[in-house]
Ligand binder design. Structure first.
Ligand SMILES: [Zn+2]
Length: 233
């Protein structure tokens, strides 16, 4: 995604500037550490965290271990191909989950279909954003509910695929998803269940993260704490 940043030693540049050790990780990996440490308190061995916002990602804890991947860039759930529609993703490929389900995708969809006469709470708003669409759906706006539910169908398939492969005890969704309201959230849960093996669904807990703010920075702090503890052992 940062095509001009190939082979840039970013940790060295920041270390030189601040004269402190620097660790590089991605946001979904950092966030799952905060959720595991603060909310789940390390009590569960297999967790999937779904990061949702301008992009979509996931953090994985399997058999008690976080999964950063060989280059610390695992969890790019947003670039799982979920449709044959020729919608170009910001990664340059087509049909990615992020391109049809993340907040900017909702915004694009709404802007493409709303006309002056369309009955929606978005009409008359000076700016339409993905968050506005979530909030309008939560208030029962039919158009916004339709846009969100369509996007959640793709999200649900991707999450179900992960569940079927990994068989986690818990799926934790980024708290932002709770802003969409009860109806669209129920739709998401039903769509996940529909695409998940019943054996995997029965033993699964799906919940929102209760951490509404600073999950990323808390994840960064958790990452550093974990590394300090690992290195002191
Ligand atoms: Zn992509």
């Amino acid at each position: 995604l940062l095509n001009d940043w190939q082979n840039v030693d970013i940790t060295r540049i920041i270390e030189d500037k601040f004269k402190l050790p620097v660790v590089l990780t991605n946001t979904s990996m950092a966030k799952i550490r905060a959720i595991d440490r603060i909310e789940i308190k390390g009590a569960v061995e297999n967790i999937i965290f779904i990061e949702y916002g301008d992009g979509i990602g996931c953090g994985l804890k399997l058999a008690g271990n976080y999964v950063p991947g060989s280059s610390s860039i695992s969890g790019e759930l947003g670039h799982m191909r979920v449709t044959d529609e020729q919608i170009i993703c910001r990664c340059g490929k087509v049909g990615c989950l992020e391109a049809v389900s993340a907040l900017p995708a909702l915004e694009s969809k709404a802007k493409a279909i709303i006309r002056e006469e369309t009955e929606t709470l978005l009409n008359g708003q000076s700016e339409i954003s993905g968050i506005c669409i979530f909030e309008a759906a939560a208030k029962g706006d039919r158009l916004c509910t339709h846009i969100v539910e369509e996007a959640f169908e793709y999200l649900a398939r991707a999450i179900a695929n992960l569940i079927n492969v990994i068989n986690p005890e818990i799926i934790v969704l980024e708290s932002l998803i709770s802003k969409v309201g009860e109806n669209a959230y129920s739709h998401l849960l039903r769509a996940i269940e529909k695409n998940t093996l019943s054996t995997h669904w029965q033993s699964l807990e799906v919940k929102f993260s209760g951490i509404e703010q600073y999950l990323g920075p808390l994840g960064g702090a958790s990452t550093i704490l974990d590394l300090c503890i690992e290195r002191s052992l």
